[in-house]
Design a protein. Structure first.
Lengths: 468, 485
């Protein structure tokens, strides 16, 4: 029988994110747009590793990596160094990868960040800039193919590697983390995770007390949850302890395959890249990047709660969607009913509708919000008007007029509806005196009977009725 | 035309520009000499006869039209076969690169061509620059024009022999631990290793990136100056290239020049008669106005160990790319798994010395040894650099024998360690990035002796001035073999 601690899972992730917004590769001026190219079409003597060529660092890549580092709450190094990671592999044109390192005197571009998810922090160990290798193609599967084909188009593409501490406890949490990471990076406009292979992941998994197993070749975030669930199950059902090893995720068959044991693990012989100077970022330059970069999701949410007094949950939802928060920011310049506007935007729009551009203008939207505030329409009616406006393309005000939307403000009329509802459910009335849920149920029933009623007014009148 | 004009190569550009000399005839006469002499010396691995003559004819046509020609107009440049010249095979003296024709030229080559210099061909070298005799070439050794029983030095032995024997106006060498200065000394020519970062390394196939530079070699200091001016300067394609402006060579004498004779350079390992010649040379500099005094750099004895650790570490990584997948020698392609194919290609493609250095370099970078070797070597390197900087507060130039010995006999059996030991005086300039020059400094039993002068960073002008003044006094001698040709 396995003990509880034996079952506890620790997962650390290594995420590779291509800086797809760059026009050129990390160390040469080849186009970074290789996805629609024929194999080995987007290469030059530098990224093909011909002898005598030298790398020249893409300054924009440093700026983008700095943005990511800051958005992930990392400490950006004032002086970071490129290292050579030496190993033989056919997709590696120079026999080494120009990367960064945090041991052997190495300093990566950033260290010690974190990503906040579901009330916990996943700590980031380090963030580093490196070049992507080329890509091998196999006929059939990796273990059955008789030969490999190499495409060097990807070689030299700028990658940011983000390494986490083993703070993740299950596959679902890994997925939540990766989604948060992806939206954070995408909101900076430096990488597009939609592109095939733009964001990839290796995972280190250990069942506490057991050995660490590394799973490589997880080609997309979608695959991560599958791969982790498979691997956790495999390790749990393993008789005895799982071996410390590196495994390969076979996407087609949805299983992990042993690649090599840790004893066979390579010694990468890291040492400073002599062809490149250290990357020097003065504090002023880092501040410059910070000021120029788009606001991150977490920063935005906290700004909403702090400056606009929007409830934390709503602020988080609003900040998580770039289109919605941009819309909100415009409306916030026109009107001060922040909580009302935020609620209506999150409840009334989907991000897609926003990006399709058929939504009400901020001016029209603010007009609608004023109607709610003056009790001339209900919140439910406002949402209905927004949705219909989106669907039909008609201006919101027109929809309100045409549908003759207006709130019932006559308390006598609402009281009459309450009587009708209570009469039908006398037992509910008694329960509602002591039970909040029952009270809410009754309010809902009244609104169902009279959708134009203001929920606040209904609650007030119902409470009065209960005291009778 | 049988023999080349009896003018120093540095006069060629102005004569060709003015139409006083035909570039075609001049270059033709160089190829004639190559034909007569190089079957014995084996300085060249590959000739660019057609390309060179075509370029020479073009220069003559342009001169006739009164066009302004570049400052190297008509000079024939021999290029060490570790520097890429577009569409000429680049072998690095290794079997592993046979068939590799780079689709680009080194920045230094492009600048030479812009200045209307003419590329004559590619010269022999120790494989990947690893050696000091040019015997470690996969294509056979180059012989010393002063005594064909002896080595020309290395690794730029082909370039040194070519200029010494008049088979080139000037030449490009590369210097990682003395590879320009050693053969310059053994062949009695002037060879300059520039300050690290002074000449772009783009297109130089690397042996040890943090140590090496491309540099000019020639029989006279004036032509070395011309070639240096053409190739020096910042290059955006080399991130380690310096932005410091190039100092123009100045005329004038040596009056007031403070020279430090480095005690350690005249150590026990140096042959007494070599030391004598260099002391004579130093005395002559004093008669020309310089003030010389003995000084010491205490960490110099460590420089050899430090050099070999760093050079081999970098080499082991640089040479990883020769796996047979993309270019050059490729064995077992498609017939074995890739590890086997890599191993076969590399085992058969590399020579003994290259393999020795890859193994040692791999060892010093390995986990558990990295701190003890590589990191410590870098610390001593920093110390050495500081010590030189301190000494340069007192002196304008430092001096000693370039090589502590006379050119060894071809095929002389020495252990690798003994072989490494003769680099004792040259490696410090590479470790510290300082510019250094070897200047012909007389003979012992008919064999050349070289005097090394080291200057502060970016002060090649000081070195070239010393070489020009000293060389003017010394006069120019030709090897008997070349005289006869």
């Amino acid at each position: 029988m396995q003990t509880e601690s034996r079952l506890r899972v620790k997962i650390g992730l290594e995420v590779h994110c291509q800086l797809t917004a760059l026009k050129t590769k990390l160390f040469c001026s080849c186009s970074s747009d290789y996805r629609s190219s024929e194999p080995n079409e987007k290469i030059c003597p530098v990224c093909f590793g011909l002898p005598g060529t030298l790398p020249v660092l893409n300054a924009k890549a440093v700026e983008y990596a700095t943005m990511i580092s800051l958005a992930l709450n990392g400490t950006v190094a004032n002086r970071s160094i490129f290292y050579r990671k030496n190993y033989f592999y056919p997709d590696l044109p120079k026999g080494f990868q120009i990367s960064q390192y945090d041991k052997a005197g190495g300093v990566p571009i950033a260290s010690s960040g974190f990503v906040q998810i579901e009330g916990k922090k996943v700590r980031i160990t380090r963030i580093q800039l490196e070049e992507d290798p080329g890509k091998l193609s196999y006929e059939g599967t990796i273990d059955k193919s008789s030969h490999s084909l190499v495409d060097y188009n990807r070689a030299g593409i700028a990658l940011v590697e983000i390494v986490t501490e083993p703070d993740i406890e299950d596959a679902r949490e890994a997925k939540v983390f990766l989604e948060k990471l992806r939206s954070t990076i995408e909101s900076l406009g430096v990488s597009n995770g939609e592109l095939d292979g733009a964001m990839r992941c290796d995972a280190n998994i250990s069942l506490a007390g057991g050995a660490r197993v590394e799973v490589k070749n997880i080609s997309s975030f979608k695959e991560v949850e599958k791969a982790l669930n498979y691997e956790i199950l495999r390790q749990r059902t393993f008789s005895g302890n799982a071996a410390s090893e590196t495994r390969h995720w076979d996407e087609r068959r949805s299983i992990t395959i042993a690649l090599r044991s840790k004893e066979e693990e390579q010694d990468y012989r890291y040492f400073p890249e002599p062809d490149l100077r250290p990357v020097v970022l003065e504090p002023g330059a880092i501040d410059g990047v910070r000021k120029a970069m788009p606001e991150g999701e977490d920063a935005k949410a906290s700004r909403y709660t702090k400056d606009f007094r929007i409830s934390p949950q709503l602020a988080k939802e609003l900040a998580a969607d770039k289109a919605l928060s941009t819309y909100f920011d415009k409306c916030a310049e026109l009107h001060h009913g922040y909580q009302e506007m935020a609620g209506l935007i999150v409840g009334g729009f989907s991000g897609d509708a926003m990006s399709e551009g058929r939504a009400a203008t901020p001016e029209e939207f603010v007009e609608l919000v004023r109607m709610i505030e003056s009790s001339s329409i209900t919140r439910a009616q406002a949402k209905e008007a927004l949705r219909e406006s989106l669907r039909t393309g008609k201006p919101v005000r027109k929809v309100v007029e045409l549908r003759n939307l207006s709130a019932v403000v006559d308390e006598g009329a609402i009281a009459a509806v309450i009587e009708k509802v209570v009469a039908a459910r006398p037992e509910a009335l008694a329960e509602a005196r002591s039970d909040k849920k029952a009270f809410s149920y009754l309010v809902g029933q009244v609104l169902k009977e009279e959708p134009k009623a203001q929920p606040g007014v209904v609650a007030k009148l119902l409470a009065r009725r209960l005291r009778k | 035309m049988k023999s080349q004009p009896s003018v120093g190569p540095h006069h060629v550009p102005s004569m060709v520009s003015k139409g006083e000399m035909s570039a075609e005839e001049y270059i033709g006469s160089i190829f004639d000499r190559i034909e007569r002499l190089d079957s014995r010396l084996h300085a060249y691995l590959q000739l660019n006869r057609e390309g060179a003559l075509a370029k020479a004819r073009e220069l003559d046509r342009r001169a006739k039209k009164g066009e302004r020609l570049g400052r190297l107009a008509g000079m024939g440049v021999a290029v060490k076969d570790i520097i890429c010249v577009r569409s000429l095979q680049a072998t690095c003296g290794s079997k592993i690169l046979v068939g590799f024709n780079p689709p680009y030229s080194a920045t230094a080559i492009r600048r030479i061509e812009q200045e209307d210099g003419i590329i004559l061909g590619k010269t022999n070298l120790d494989e990947f620059g690893m050696g000091n005799t040019t015997q470690n070439s996969a294509f056979g050794p180059t012989l010393n024009p002063w005594d064909v029983a002896r080595v020309p030095g290395g690794s730029s032995g082909g370039s040194a022999a070519a200029v010494a024997a008049g088979m080139a106006s000037v030449a490009l060498g590369t210097d990682t631990g003395g590879s320009i200065r050693c053969p310059a000394s053994f062949c009695s020519v002037v060879g300059l290793k520039p300050t690290y970062g002074r000449v772009s390394r783009y297109g130089l196939i690397p042996y040890a990136n943090s140590l090496e530079q491309i540099g000019p070699m020639g029989r006279e200091a004036e032509s070395v100056s011309l070639l240096f001016d053409a190739i020096a300067g910042h290059d955006p394609e080399d991130a380690t290239s310096a932005r410091e402006p190039v100092r123009p060579a100045t005329g004038g004498g040596l009056k007031g020049l403070r020279i430090g004779r480095i005690k350690e350079f005249f150590g026990e390992g140096a042959q007494p008669r070599v030391k004598e010649r260099v002391l004579d040379g130093c005395a002559k500099l004093e008669t020309l106005g310089a003030e010389a005094e003995e000084t010491s750099i205490s960490s110099l004895p460590y420089s050899l160990a430090v050099y070999y650790i760093i050079a081999m570490a970098e080499a082991s990584s640089n040479l990883s790319r020769y796996d047979g997948v993309r270019y050059g020698l490729s064995l077992e392609k498609g017939t074995a798994d890739w590890n086997t194919a890599f191993a076969r290609t590399r085992s058969e493609g590399f020579g003994e010395e290259v393999k020795r250095r890859i193994l040692l370099g791999t060892f010093v970078l390995s986990a558990g040894y990295y701190e003890a070797y590589y990191v410590r070597a870098q610390k001593v390197r920093a110390l050495l650099t500081q010590e030189f900087a301190l000494v340069f507060k007192k002196f304008d130039a430092l001096l000693g024998p370039t090589m502590p010995v006379l050119p060894p006999k071809l095929g002389e059996k020495v252990s690798p360690l003994e072989d490494y030991l003769i680099d004792i005086n040259t490696v410090a300039a590479n470790l510290t990035g300082l510019p250094a020059i070897s200047i012909p400094c007389g003979f012992v039993d008919g064999l050349p002796v070289g005097m090394q002068v080291i200057a502060p960073r970016f002060r090649e002008d000081v070195l070239l001035k010393v070489a020009t003044v000293f060389g003017g006094e010394q006069g120019l001698k030709s090897p008997p073999l070349a005289e006869a040709a």
